[in-house]
Ligand binder design. Structure first.
Ligand code: KIV
Ligand code: ZN
Length: 399
């Protein structure tokens, strides 16, 4: 048997657009609301991060959000701005007005597509929903050529109806079709299959960009987004730190680093400047007052901690033994990586050497013994404590 392990060529790489909705869907996390000034500061960092599209808020929802969308549209002329609207004229008017001064913009219109939403929330028939979607896309198209249409709750909707709705809005000029997993209910294979089916069967479906928007209720938002990419989606909607309604949205940093780390498997890449990830993540955490879980992939405190002596020893010999990513590539300072009670002598020697301290074997043994005592107490031993232990040890040897 011959196994072909060849790397894809650059030309075969799919460029995935990153649509950041931290300031709209992310802000819908209970207790996470931001004032316009905070939104502007975060939007500047999103631009530095290299996201392709920023959704800065919901213009009709409050004067503050309108002002934030307007100011971000005026200031950030290098990024495309999405104006978010229900399929209602007043929402569309507000989104169009707030994004008026953007260098590049799109109108993002959504309406529900699942029967449960139609029956209990909208109280409308499928035919009525198709007509509203048609009318509102046509209305928005008079003002903005780029129209994104989201079929909310599409993963729980009837496939045939999603196809009918998508066909209708494409006929009216929608240019991006977003198929959200609004409740985080889909399984990766199922979500991918929806994209394949809609792309194959919706008339005009070849002329548009497909987008995934996944919530994380079952912890599958990143997996589902990756499945959508494999099924032809070229835009993924994300938030920093995965903030968002309930269990949140697909996390920007996790998705981007999954693509980056497994580029040849995914045959995809993004335009994200990964070295800005850590700063962006901390900024959002501080502004929203949302702590980041210690074990959160990529940006959590422990994401690059190696407690066990065996792992630390391997790392010192070759980082690839126990690391699949270089934390510095995400802007994570090495000083973040602290030692603990499972750390071995090698790791301590190595860390001391980084500060120009080179104990002989007897001194190292003494520092190591002191370190273990402190580690039992502190759990994690910061570098300043380690340096103090080394100097106490030297001091005692001289006394
Ligand atoms: O989760 C969702 O369905 C959304 C859409 C309105 C885009 O946020
Ligand atoms: Zn959402």
């Amino acid at each position: 048997m011959t196994i072909n392990n060849s790397q894809p060529t650059e030309a075969a790489m799919k460029r995935i657009q990153i649509f950041d909705t931290t300031l709209r869907d992310g802000e819908q996390s209970p207790g996470a609301s931001l004032d316009p000034e905070q939104k502007i500061v975060i939007a500047r960092q999103l631009a530095k991060l290299g996201v392709d599209v920023i959704e800065p808020g919901f213009a009709i929802s409050s004067p503050g959000d309108f002002a934030a969308v307007q100011q971000i549209s005026r200031e950030l002329q290098t990024v495309e701005i999405a104006g978010f609207a229900r399929a209602i004229k007043a929402d569309i008017d507000a989104a169009i007005k707030a994004t008026q001064d953007a260098a590049r913009r799109r109108l993002h219109i959504f309406i529900s597509s699942s029967d449960i939403h139609l029956d209990f929330q909208l109280k409308k028939s499928r035919d009525q929903v198709v007509q509203i979607a048609r009318d509102m896309v046509a209305y928005g198209k008079q003002f903005v050529p780029e129209i994104e249409f989201s079929a909310m709750d599409s993963s729980r909707a009837g496939r045939e109806f999603v196809i009918e709705l998508v066909e209708a809005v494409i006929a009216e000029g929608a240019t991006v079709i977003n198929l959200p997993d609004t409740l985080g209910y889909a399984m990766p294979e199922e979500y991918g299959e929806m994209f394949r089916t809609v792309r194959k069967h919706a008339r005009g479906g070849d002329s548009v960009r497909y987008s995934a928007h996944c919530h994380n209720d079952l912890g599958l938002a990143v997996a589902n987004s990756l499945a959508a990419i494999q099924a032809g989606a070229t835009q993924i909607e994300v938030t920093l730190n995965g903030v968002g309604e309930r269990a949140g949205n697909c996390s920007l940093e996790e998705l981007v680093m999954a693509i980056e780390t497994r580029k040849s498997f995914m045959q995809a890449e993004t335009g994200i400047v990964t070295s800005e990830i850590y700063e962006a993540s901390r900024m959002v955490s501080r502004a929203m007052n949302f702590p980041i879980a210690f074990n959160k992939p990529i940006v959590g405190r422990n994401a690059f901690q190696h407690e066990s002596g065996i792992h630390q020893d391997g790392l010192l010999k070759n980082r690839n033994t126990y690391e699949i990513m270089d934390p510095e590539a995400m802007g994570i300072p090495r000083s973040m990586i602290v030692l603990g009670k499972h750390s071995g002598r090698h790791a301590i020697k190595h860390r001391l050497a980084e500060y120009g301290i080179t104990p002989d074997d007897a001194q190292l043994l003494d520092v190591y013994t002191r370190f273990k005592e402190r580690a039992d107490e502190l759990k994690l031993v910061p570098d300043d404590v380690l340096i103090r232990l080394a100097s106490e040890s030297t001091q005692q040897q001289h006394d």
